[in-house]
Design a protein around this ligand. Sequence first.
Ligand code: PLP
Length: 381
Amino acid sequence: MIPYGRQAINQEDVAAVLAVLQSDFLTQGPQVPLFEQSVARFVGAEFAVAVNSATSALHLACLALELGEGDWLWTVPNTFVASANCGLYCGAQVDFVDIDPQTYTLCTKQLAEKLAWAESHNRLPKVVVPVHFAGQSCDMRAIHQLSQRYGFKIVEDASHAIGGRYLGEPIGNCRYSDITVFSFHPVKIITTAEGGLATTQNADLAQKMQLLRSHGISRDPQRMTQPSEGAWYYQQLALGYNYRMTELQAALGVSQMQRLEAFVQRRHLLCQAYDQLLADLPLQLPFQSPQSHSALHLYPVLLKEHDRATIFAQLRDRGIGVNVHYIPVHLQPYYQKMGFQAGDFPNAEDYYQRTISLPMYQGLTDEDQHLVVQVLRELLR
Ligand SMILES: *Cc1c(COP(=O)(O)O)cnc(C)c1O
């Protein structure tokens, strides 16, 4: 089976992980800070906080922004459940803004309309989580302008988007947001097996996330409520978690970062090839915004005439490991119990009915890509 996404591990990655395995530190050693520096430098952020998943990073980001009971978090329905769940973890309520049918990302026109409505109903969000779906940046400048007017904070869910750019600058530099979150799950652009990371330009937010990822415990005498009692001494200053990334994961991350640009370049070649090879088929191919240089995590095609379930099953039968991104979050039973209904976000629902994610990863060979195209062509004929 040709998968829809897959990690690319080479000998350097293996050697980096093995070296850590034989070193003094399996956790809480030098590799995590090295990985953080590597990502921070690459994206042009002052601070980076590595954790054990993007889900944890989203949770810490919301906590650092003091999201809590009585607050609202808004995101899009066309995302993984974690983009919304982080609000619920904090005791906040979650609502959604529909996607733009061309970019499949947050529709800023609908965001503006919903904010105007929310203002008059005293229901403005405290945090908005735009999702850079498939690796393509949302219209961050417009979202940032709205945040200035309505006073909400912005957490970019860039789980798909490390290595991508927006208006010529790297995603993750937080020019138009408070915090940006990346995922390093093996299907994403680079991997640490499991892992995530939050970037920010704000020292206070970084410090809060650092504290909360490790039990809320600090060894910094400056932060303690009384003089340190000795070298063993630490204080718990907040209710934190164990969301730490291991040294093995961070070493893999440092090694993978060296190939990030090559990975994204290869994805662009694959995208160009798909665009050409599929142009004459009854499919809507993914739009690439001129404002954005996508990291191309996904290559979702929309069927125009055919039944999605049928084509999907036939592709899988023929060894093409396609997938679907995403079942709209508000249609999940857990969210339906909160009162969301089918029909609430028609663009995300219509998109979901027709989409199939074709194989897209740096290790996909030209031969395998041609096989994907050939099978799809036969099925759509
Ligand atoms: C993968 C993903 C997440 C969660 O990432 P983990 O590292 O697996 O926790 C969150 N949001 C989006 C959009 C994702 O694709």
